[in-house]
Ligand binder design. Structure first.
Ligand code: ZN
Length: 118
């Protein structure tokens, strides 16, 4: 067992989330990236806005919008984090979202850089 806010633990959980998303995509036949499924968009949330010190108020914070077919943009006004979809996998790490938070949607690289997974 590990603490909810332990960064290492959270990172492992997010890795599992990515693995699960990948499995979901394969099973359902969805092609993420170019056409991320509506179902998946309904499930995914900005990890910074759903837990920890930055958790936003409300019952369902951190909803994401698809932008430019390969980015997930947090809809919370005070957040602005953007998560790339690389090789059909949404990269949902807070530090990755931080990196692109201040870049306007129109200036996001398409396709996203591959080094975001490191
Ligand atoms: Zn957010």
């Amino acid at each position: 067992m590990c603490a909810i806010l332990d960064p290492g633990c959270l990172s492992r959980r997010l890795t599992w989330a990515v693995v699960l998303v990948r499995g979901y995509a394969k099973e359902s036949g969805d092609t993420l990236g170019m056409m991320i499924s509506e179902d998946l968009l309904q499930i995914l949330r900005c990890p910074a806005c759903v837990s920890g010190p930055d958790r936003r108020p409300g019952e369902d914070p951190g909803r994401l919008e698809l932008a430019r077919d390969c980015w997930l943009v947090c809809t919370e006004p005070a957040c602005g984090r953007k998560y790339p979809i690389v090789d059909d996998i949404p990269v949902m790490f807070v530090k990755t979202g931080d990196r692109f938070a201040r870049i306007p949607v129109a200036d996001l690289p398409v396709p996203p850089p591959k080094d975001v997974v490191d």
